[in-house]
Design a protein around this ligand. Structure first.
Ligand SMILES: [Zn+2]
Ligand SMILES: [Zn+2]
Length: 188
């Protein structure tokens, strides 16, 4: 976690610009978290105001996701801007306080709030939330993905299979077959 911990004493008045490689371990992500096989890059600016620290930046990386239709793993690049504020200890985080921007030219915006830990801004939790937010619930490799055949499991993006598909059978042909079989049944 060392590389994601920034002592407030080291942040100059004009702000601190950072760019860091971030590993999955630093974000407390494990194998069971989807899409997090790769490392990420964070660039951010830290500014101290009234003992609190504003953090603005961008989080860039590539998620590895499994398509819910064809089950193939694919890469999904993402670029996520983020902004948050780290509050001095006495303000706490529970329940999460909402802090308004104090600049007069911008409308008040609610920022995600975190707690300053031991006089340090620790970005791990904030970045972890960014990754979790960017993972889609139903990843699809391509909006045209045809998925797998429900009968033989063939990946239909790659190859057509020869299974009869339900939608190829019209209700009229079923009816016609019923009529034929009743016509051909022997009459007493
Ligand atoms: Zn797919
Ligand atoms: Zn098939």
């Amino acid at each position: 976690m060392a590389s994601l911990c920034f002592p407030i004493a080291d942040i100059p008045e004009e702000g601190l610009e950072i760019t860091r490689q971030v590993t999955r371990d630093e974000l407390f992500l494990d194998e069971s978290d989807p899409g997090t096989q790769n490392d990420f890059t964070v660039s951010a600016c830290l500014n101290v105001a009234d003992g609190n620290v504003r953090v603005q930046g961008e989080f860039v990386g590539t998620l590895q996701l499994d398509c819910v239709r064809c089950l193939i793993r694919f890469d999904e690049p993402f670029r996520m801007p983020f902004e948050g504020i780290f509050l001095a200890k006495e303000n706490g985080r529970s329940p999460a306080p909402k802090v308004n921007r104090q600049t007069s030219e911008e409308p008040a915006v609610e920022l995600e709030a975190y707690r300053i830990q031991d006089e340090c801004v620790v970005l791990g939790e904030m970045l972890r939330e960014q990754v979790i937010l960017s993972i889609p619930m139903q990843p699809i490799c391509n909006s045209d993905c045809k998925g797998l055949c429900a009968q033989c499991g063939e990946n239909l993006n790659v190859k057509k299979c020869s299974c009869p598909h339900m939608d190829a059978v019209s209700p009229f042909s079923v009816l016609r077959n019923l009529v034929k079989s009743s016509e051909s049944s022997p009459s007493s």
